[in-house]
Design a binder for this molecule. Structure first.
Ligand SMILES: [Zn+2]
Length: 467
């Protein structure tokens, strides 16, 4: 579904390209045609052929005065169904394992409708916050739920999507953390993974949908499933994703069960390479950082979740210096109850400073991690920057509101330093999905009303079942 009319954005106060020279163009303009960017430069230098289109009314022209225009942000880690279980009292003040234990039983009552509506809700929130590409890690499938439910939601709302087929196979009776009721057999997981890749994965440039294989974590699946998933991923050329080295208990589990650090375990399983990314890595040791750098293994940094669960401060400064690809993730909505991508970039900058000093991360580096960093982690070279041939994923922030008042000295840095605002415009794959701050691709009040009803139903069912 491509808009065939050429889209021309002009007179942006600043156009942030994230191109090879990291150009920031004053009074910038951009031309998009179909799914791709065709031209970027100063408005005064807009080529004659495009001026003619404007004069003849054959292009959609948007005046971006007062705005910063930049590449859409890329979210590399999420569990969207958790939007239904934000701020659950029993899970507000726990660390990871205690938090999970309190939530697993509740999640066992999810339905396909809940997956669909919570995914739409989470995507709407992300899109309004400047995100244009997201991954989602769905790892439990109760009551007939399927990854297809998330995929349907993404298609409806028009977001670029890396759908991660998560899974859990080692229940409590076998020494794992999750209750047996939410785990699947490994044969069923692999069968469904293959079906999803064959049915949906699109390897082409500007693909709107890719499938990822994503066993949930070392403490909820077997070595076998990790190895078999890696084998299948390499056969089909799809990426791999899981949680790794999230906190001290996670490290202790790895040492006790496998006799290895999480990084050694990942290497042993074939879970390193440019087609692999791990969420969190708060406790990745020096050897792990070197391994990830050497192999191009990516990290989804989720600062809010790490703070919320008191997991620690991920060594992002050291990872970046060593050459590890780092992207940003808002993390699941139950461990980061606000999923604002620009806000996450801000927290990434602030948290590195808490850990490693005021020069540990600049605002521009935070924006780079949120765009180019995420693209690299998802193993894509067609998103994360605005340059000819790149996907037309573009967001615009209106700098005239009170939140940015007085920050005109450096509007680009202001995006990260000031209170994060929502976008006024968003374009995904050449299609305008947000205009004047309004989402065009979903009836948001209705989606939210369904979401409220389903969140209530989920709790009532869990209560009735005695969870
Ligand atoms: Zn997670």
């Amino acid at each position: 579904m491509h808009i065939t009319m050429t889209l021309i954005l002009q007179h942006a106060d600043v156009l942030v390209t994230m191109d090879a020279q990291r150009r920031e163009i004053a009074d910038g303009a951009l031309v998009a045609n179909g799914p791709a960017v065709e031209w970027v430069g100063p408005t005064a230098e807009l080529p004659e052929q495009y001026r003619r289109l404007v004069d003849e009314g054959r292009a959609e022209v948007v005046d971006m005065r007062g705005h910063v225009v930049m590449p859409g942000l890329v979210n590399t880690h999420h569990h969207m169904y958790q939007s239904l279980t934000r701020a659950v009292p029993a899970a507000q003040d726990a660390e990871l394992f205690g938090w999970l234990t309190n939530l697993y039983m509740l999640w066992s009552h999810l339905t396909p409708e809940m997956i669909r509506v919570s995914t739409q809700t989470a995507m709407a929130e992300l899109m309004l916050s400047g995100c244009t590409t997201t991954s989602d890690h769905l790892y439990l499938y109760p009551n007939g739920s399927r990854l297809d439910d998330s995929i349907d939601a993404a298609r409806q709302i028009g977001m670029r999507f890396h759908a991660a087929r998560g899974s859990m196979s080692v229940g409590r009776s076998q020494g794992g953390l999750p209750p047996d009721v939410v785990v699947e057999t490994e044969a069923a997981i692999l069968r469904d993974s293959q079906r999803l890749v064959e049915q949906y994965h699109d390897a082409s440039r500007h693909a709107m949908l890719r499938v990822v294989l994503a066993p949930c974590s070392p403490f909820s699946v077997s070595r076998d499933l990790m190895r078999e998933s890696a084998k299948m991923a390499r056969h089909y050329g799809v990426s791999l994703h899981t949680h790794l080295a999230e906190n001290d208990n996670d490290i202790a589990y790895s040492r006790e069960k496998f006799g290895m650090t999480p990084a050694q375990y990942a290497e042993d399983l074939g879970w390193v390479g440019h087609d692999v990314w791990h969420a969190h890595c708060v406790k990745l040791d020096e050897e792990g950082v070197a391994l990830f750098a050497r192999t191009g293994t990516g990290v989804a940094h989720c600062p809010c979740s790490n703070m919320r669960l008191a997991s620690g401060i991920a060594p992002i400064r050291r990872m970046r210096d060593a050459g590890v690809p780092v992207g940003l993730g808002v993390g699941g909505s139950a461990s980061n109850d606000g999923a604002h991508m620009l806000g996450e970039a801000r927290q990434a900058m602030l948290l590195q400073r808490v850990g490693y000093g005021p020069a540990a991360m600049s605002a521009r580096e935070a924006l780079e991690i949120a765009t180019l960093g995420g693209a690299k982690v998802l193993n894509r070279d067609d998103i994360g920057a605005l340059a000819p041939g790149m996907s037309a994923d573009i967001v615009a922030f209106d700098m005239s509101g009170v939140g940015y008042a007085g920050a005109g000295h450096d509007p680009v840095a202001a995006l990260v330093f000031c209170t994060p605002g929502n976008v006024s415009m968003s374009v995904i794959n050449g299609r305008v999905v947000i205009r004047d701050g309004h989402l065009l691709t979903a009836d948001l009040p209705n989606v939210l009303s369904d979401h409220r009803r389903l969140a209530r139903t989920l709790f009532e069912r869990a209560q009735a079942a005695g969870a």
